[in-house]
Design a protein around this ligand. Structure first.
Ligand SMILES: [Zn+2]
Length: 123
């Protein structure tokens, strides 16, 4: 099954404070980023590492033996630690898995609010 894990982008505007290759959440976006994800603090164009709780601007598609139920369970468990409802974690798991399913293994993706797309290859 395809899943999204943290990556390290190579553009000047990229940052990555997550652990290497951890499962990622989308993340709540602040008001500034909701108005313009390019101009805000970066949360509107970031994924959050499920273990580290830190942000990264890129994720990569990998093939994993993990099941959809396990991914959802991990999301729900991590969300609960942060006081977020299970319903949101379940939606995020569906969103991340359906995004991952659309791309090929090795594709690097980025996020702009609700839209996850493959990164244009530079050069
Ligand atoms: Zn923000």
């Amino acid at each position: 099954m395809h899943i999204l894990v943290s990556a390290k982008g190579e553009k000047d505007s990229d940052f990555s404070w997550t652990n290497d290759r951890e499962l990622v959440f989308p993340v709540f976006s602040c008001g500034n980023c909701l108005r313009d994800p390019e101009a805000g603090c970066g949360c509107g164009r970031s994924f959050m590492g499920i273990e580290s709780g830190k942000l990264t601007t890129t994720a990569v598609i990998v093939d994993s033996p993990i099941t959809e139920d396990l991914v959802t369970a991990e999301f729900v468990q991590e969300a609960a630690k942060r006081g977020w409802p299970a319903r949101i974690a379940t939606e995020w798991a569906e969103e991340m898995l359906s995004a991952a399913a659309r791309f090929a293994v090795g594709d690097v993706v980025e996020r702009r609010l609700d839209v996850i797309s493959t990164r244009e290859l530079v050069g």
